[in-house]
Design a protein around this ligand. Structure first.
Ligand SMILES: Nc1nc2c(ncn2[C@@H]2O[C@H](COP(=O)(O)OP(=O)(O)OP(=O)(O)O)[C@@H](O)[C@H]2O)c(=O)[nH]1
Ligand SMILES: [Mg+2]
Length: 471
């Protein structure tokens, strides 16, 4: 069996080697730290797709004595056919060269080189020594500029050094690289050695297929979440000891907590699908996803716009809840205030058909001593859950695996007014597809076994595609 191509990630301590590896291999178990010298031994991370190892990356400790290594290579092994192997045999007995000996081990077994520098600082002589060592190794090699801060004035100097010593160089940010940037890096790796071209072509095509598959599964997860949440139906007995108001409150608490948990489960599945398994990344501090699902603000920001309500109203007013003023629904605020908050709006949103005024607002009495909530009467619940899921999807795919926190420059994520609610700009055609899905789910009651509406699933895939292509 032929081994998959191996690339060793080399460079000076603390430049972001482990971070780049973590992002490239989508492995958030890689140790990253602000203290130089975090990585002390080589460790190989396989990239496995569908049970098959496609590629492997090896993390290495940073160079410790590049000047000395270079002079030994030049003085002792300049005529050697395998200078790295001979240098390592020699250096193995010298404690001071332990790290340097260790970091060169993958090269001895034929790994390609990915050399990482922090391009936001100037080039120094130790860097030149490291680059020359790598050139003398004779292995195929690419340099990556990973700028830890946005500072471009040293880039030209770095590039000119790279031209002397590497087959190719690229910019790649360990914290911000997206899926397509990872693919283009792999494309560029092809060019450093012809022998890897076919294998890497295959790796890239498997990566692309795998990404498509993840989006397909995400669409199923989101459609499933909506189907479950929108069709959820709960009942509560009103005993003579409980007041109807208390029973309604209890019912709403149970209903909202069930929907929150359906949502949390679905989001967790999406997170795992995109291989965020170890490091628990945080949503930005100001994210709307921190707000409660049933908070008024959430509904105002993520529900349908007034115009869309009118479109949906034109399709079928009943979907909006028979008791509601169509225009008022567009203003979550007016709605919530008039009814005394979400619990007050309960019946109008989630249940109640042609009942007494009281029952219309608060739920359907069943056989006199039972009340019921759901399936949702409000198509806004669909949009709130959908927008939150797309927002979650956006964070998940854009959180590079090598990233461990928010740095001060990046506090402002893409959650600003225009991108907040994805559906805000959706056309009447799209709203109509959502409406059909909503009606279908309502009709099915608690039966989750039916496959989600194909058009709706297609729409979800399209929306995810648009999000993947955003910067
Ligand atoms: N802002 C920012 N910080 C980065 C980036 N890449 C790495 N860092 C930070 O730089 C520090 C060092 O990153 P590592 O990936 O551990 O560096 P390393 O080269 O593996 O370090 P050693 O193993 O100690 O040689 C960590 O605090 C990282 O979070 C980046 O692209 N942007
Ligand atoms: Mg490291």
């Amino acid at each position: 069996m032929t081994l998959p191509p191996e690339f060793a990630i080399l460079g000076h301590p603390n430049e972001g080697k482990s971070s780049v590896l973590s992002t490239l291999a989508e492995d958030d178990s890689v140790r990253v730290s602000p203290t130089p010298g975090e990585t002390t031994v080589c460790r190989t991370f396989p990239v496995i797709i569908d049970g098959r190892e496609m590629l492997r990356f090896t993390d290495t400790p940073g160079f410790q004595n590049p000047g000395r290594v270079l002079s030994e290579l030049k003085n002792r092994f300049s005529t050697s056919s395998d200078p790295i192997k001979e240098f390592r045999a020699y250096a193995a007995l010298i404690p001071e060269l332990h790290d340097d000996c260790e970091l060169l081990s993958p090269l001895e077994r034929g790994a390609g080189i990915i050399y990482i520098v922090d391009g936001s600082r100037p080039v120094r002589n130790v860097d030149r020594a490291e680059m020359e060592i790598l050139r003398l190794s004779g292995r195929p090699r690419m340099a990556i500029i990973n700028c830890k801060v946005d500072e471009e004035k040293h880039l030209e100097a770095w590039k000119s050094e790279f031209r002397k010593n590497f087959n190719s160089n690229r910019r790649f940010n360990a914290h911000r690289a997206t899926y397509s940037e990872r693919i283009s890096l792999l494309e560029a790796l092809k060019s450093i050695d012809q022998d890897w071209q076919n294998t890497l072509d295959e790796v890239i095509s498997v990566f692309k297929k795998d990404w498509k598959n993840r989006n397909n599964v995400s669409a199923d997860i989101i459609a499933g979440l909506l189907q479950q949440a929108l069709s959820l139906k709960l009942q509560e007995n009103i005993s003579s000891a409980t007041s109807p108001a208390r029973a309604r409150e209890k019912l709403f608490a149970a209903y909202s907590s069930k929907i929150r948990s359906i949502e949390a489960t679905a989001h967790k599945q999406i997170k795992q699908l995109f291989r965020h398994n170890v490091f628990n990344y945080e949503l930005p501090p100001h994210s709307l996803l921190h707000e409660d699902l049933f908070d008024e603000k959430t509904w105002q920001m993520l529900g349908l716009t007034k115009k869309q309500v009118i479109i949906a109203g034109g399709i079928g007013g009943a979907a909006l809840g028979a008791s509601l003023d169509v225009a008022a629904l567009g203003h979550g605020l007016g709605m919530f205030t008039a009814m005394g908050g979400m619990a007050g709006a309960l019946g109008a949103f989630f249940g109640g058909e042609k009942l007494s005024k009281e029952a219309e607002f608060f739920g359907v009495p069943l056989g006199g001593n039972q009340i019921q909530i759901g399936p949702s009467k409000s198509i806004d619940l669909l949009f709130v859950l959908l927008n939150r899921s797309l927002l979650f999807y956006q964070y998940t795919i854009n959180w590079a695996h090598g990233r461990r926190d928010y740095d001060s420059l990046e506090k402002v994520d893409s959650e600003n007014g225009s991108t907040l609610a994805f559906t805000r700009h959706w056309s009447a055609r799209r709203i109509k597809i959502c409406h059909h899905f909503f009606k279908a789910v309502q009709g099915n009651g608690n039966d989750h076994s039916l496959p989600p509406h194909d058009d709706f699933r297609g729409l979800l895939l399209q929306a995810m595609e648009e999000i993947s292509q955003r910067d």
